[in-house]
Design a protein around this ligand. Sequence first.
Ligand code: BES
Ligand code: MN
Ligand code: ZN
Length: 498
Amino acid sequence: MSEPVTIAFAKHGAAPSGVLLVLTDETLTFGREAQKLLKPVLARLSRAIEADRFKGKLGGALDLVAPEGLGVTRLVVLGVGKAAELKPSDFLRLGGIAAGKLPAGTPAAVLVADLPGAKVAAEAAAEIALGARLRSYSFDRYKTRKKEGDTDPVALTLTLAVADEPAAKRAWAERAPVGEGVLLARDLVNEPSNVLDPPEFARRAEALTAVGVDVEVLDDAALSRIGMRALLGVAQGSIKESRVVVMRWNGGKPGDAPVAFIGKGVTFDSGGISIKPAAGMEDMKGDMGGAACVTGLMHALAARKAKVNAVGLIGIVENMPDGAAQRPGDIVTSLSGQTIEIINTDAEGRLVLADVLWYAKDRFKPKFMVDLATLTGAIIVALGTEYAGLFSNDDTLSTQLSAAGQATGEKVWRMPLGAEYDKLIDSKFADMKNTGGRNGGSITAAQFLQRYVDKTPWAHLDIAGTAMASPASDINKSWGAGWGVRLLDQLVRDNYEK
Ligand code: BES
Ligand code: MN
Ligand code: ZN
């Protein structure tokens, strides 16, 4: 599959064609609608269940090719586990699993959203649709040759058969924009750095005007006029210009303070003069995962017309070694006036964020700021690829983010901040230095950022382990995860609309 599936809805009862997908639980019974359809094959199905030792567990599936009497090319029975215990994130996974069961070349599939003893609500159907959409994404725009045996990609329509078609369509109209936001973020992360340089990233962000986002692009001249010298210092060795993009969506009450999202957008992080080792350096094209998430999120909020005032700011630079590059030992004056001694030019993300956080706080006086950054390798050592690191000066915001993480499956784990860590980033020559040594590397990075948020409620998400190169899941097979779009959309939905 190379194009995301097209989602459609139909009322229960229509004759299915193509691939038919039905749900069952651990009792191995079917909902009434599924039962009606399956009548001609029930006997065969129970033999197949037996022969395959299929238990109906969530994630399990049973496949029958060309079952006689059904008029479909294939019947897929998907297990859901315990039907009564299904959470939205389970339906999302289920949608991903369903899409994964559709063989290449399938033009049409019907999933009967029906469970034994439980109704599949419109929201749950929309969650299934979202999971299928996310799973079917692949980034193959630079593949010009097909592998042997590859079929031509075909457009696939997945129809969900539901009890209440208009309600399901309404629920999908709310979810589809979030899916588009995730896919936009994945595209940005997957793009190579020679294509997605800072000016090109800014142009892609500008395209959000189509969904009603107000987009303002600050170029090199504007940034030096403003005084973002910490950010510009990072870009000094690159032939690429830098950009800060301000995206505004005003769907809330006029005059209401906005919520603010800030993203690290290093389109390539070579390390600069403190150059990285060659092995794996290609992954640093994804060092803009934070900015990608903020862009995808702003798309989602605007496209679903969220009742919130939100502002997204992304700092986009390239970090390269060069005769003009910043050196270890250099001292820069940030927008805040605080001075920073550069110890390691590879600790560049915090320098970018320092200026953008300060700017966001000063200009927008937001209710809160959440920043996302592929900031430290140390967070991968600490948490692996399952949880993002959460650092916050505000317990309420922190609790809301943890809850949104549980709800969406984009999980965050709170890490400590504390004045005790401050001495690790004290500098002999300036107000602070940009690294705090090996120990607690993610914490000292967060402690550094905290110096640029003042009293604003703030949370920092270190997404180095989750934004890219994380293991494939039921809803993502691509290198770039688009991580955080669903998390932050949920945060807004649950706490900041109206
Ligand atoms: N972009 C990297 C962090 C990173 C590492 C992201 C691996 C994704 C995967 C960041 O700019 C960086 O280089 N951090 C340094 C900080 C150190 C020099 C204090 C690191 O983690 O080694
Ligand atoms: Mn770096
Ligand atoms: Zn970096």
